[in-house]
Design a protein around this ligand. Structure first.
Ligand code: PEP
Length: 258
């Protein structure tokens, strides 16, 4: 069975200007050791305006944190005012791009078919997508959670080869747990992450399902990180609020020490 190194990703959303972002990443790197990087991959996903500054800090100080983006457009160039292309991110040595975050889906109306085009464009530019899936509280209460997540995976991964799926990251993020302080119980998170893996097996085969990394996201904090991360099908965390401060993000990355 494939060894899946955990990936802990910090999604800063629309927080931190580039001065604050530089300070944050430097402070984070002072708190992490080579043992931490051996145990787990780390990525930070600052706003677009900070990418160049953070790239410079990571590269000049040889900090082994992957630079990530929160979103991108699916086209390479064109009349799309305000958008950023995958090629632009590639030039900044961005390694991971979040796609289909529930805030993009719910606030900006991104459809599964747009998400699918973005996943393809991200791969085409040599980067790795973190595909977010997850249900609302109403969908969960109506027993529709699994069906929603399955549809997001089937449509989001349509036409993507098995090897690419094997190399990517899926983040299961129940919408009711994002930014609310309410976390899924480790059992519930494990249950849905196992279903995500089953669904990937159906879409792309056993090998891909055993290699794909599945993150849990939704109010992950230093206090609950270890319990979530110790679940069999959870290979990492996508962290919002608790990734904004170096100390709390470092403690999540060091969950194994708790
Ligand atoms: C997120 O934005 O993906 C997220 C999980 O946020 P939070 O950790 O704040 O719930």
């Amino acid at each position: 069975m494939a060894e899946r190194k955990p990936l802990i990703s910090g999604n800063w959303k629309m927080h931190h200007n580039h001065f604050e972002a530089i300070q944050m990443v430097q402070s984070l790197s002072y708190q992490l050791s080579s043992d931490d990087y051996d145990a787990c991959d780390v990525s930070v996903h600052p706003p677009f305006t900070n990418l160049r500054s953070i790239q410079t800090v990571l590269e000049s100080d040889h900090i082994p944190i992957t630079l990530g983006a929160q979103h991108c457009h699916e086209e390479q160039k064109g009349a799309y005012t305000g958008e950023i292309s995958p090629g632009m991110l590639e030039k900044l040595n961005v390694g991971l791009v979040i796609v289909g975050h529930s805030e993009r889906r719910e606030i900006f109306g991104e459809s599964n078919s747009q998400v699918n085009s973005k996943v393809k464009a991200i791969f085409k530019h040599g980067m790795t997508p973190i595909l977010c899936v997850g249900e609302t509280i109403e969908e969960r209460e109506e027993g529709e959670a699994e069906r929603k997540v399955q549809k997001q995976l089937e449509e989001g991964l349509h036409g993507i080869g098995r090897e690419r799926i094997a190399s990517m990251v899926v983040a299961y993020e129940p919408i009711w747990a994002i930014g609310t302080g309410v976390t899924a119980t480790p059992d519930d998170a494990q249950d849905m992450c196992a279903k995500v893996r089953q669904c990937i097996k159906f879409i792309a085969g056993k090998d891909a399902s055993e290699s794909v990394r599945i993150q849990y996201g939704g109010s992950v904090k230093p206090i609950n990180a270890a319990e979530l991360m110790n679940q069999a099908d959870i290979d990492g965390a996508l962290v919002g609020g608790a990734a904004l401060e170096a100390e709390s993000f470092a403690r999540i990355i060091q969950y194994r020490l708790q």
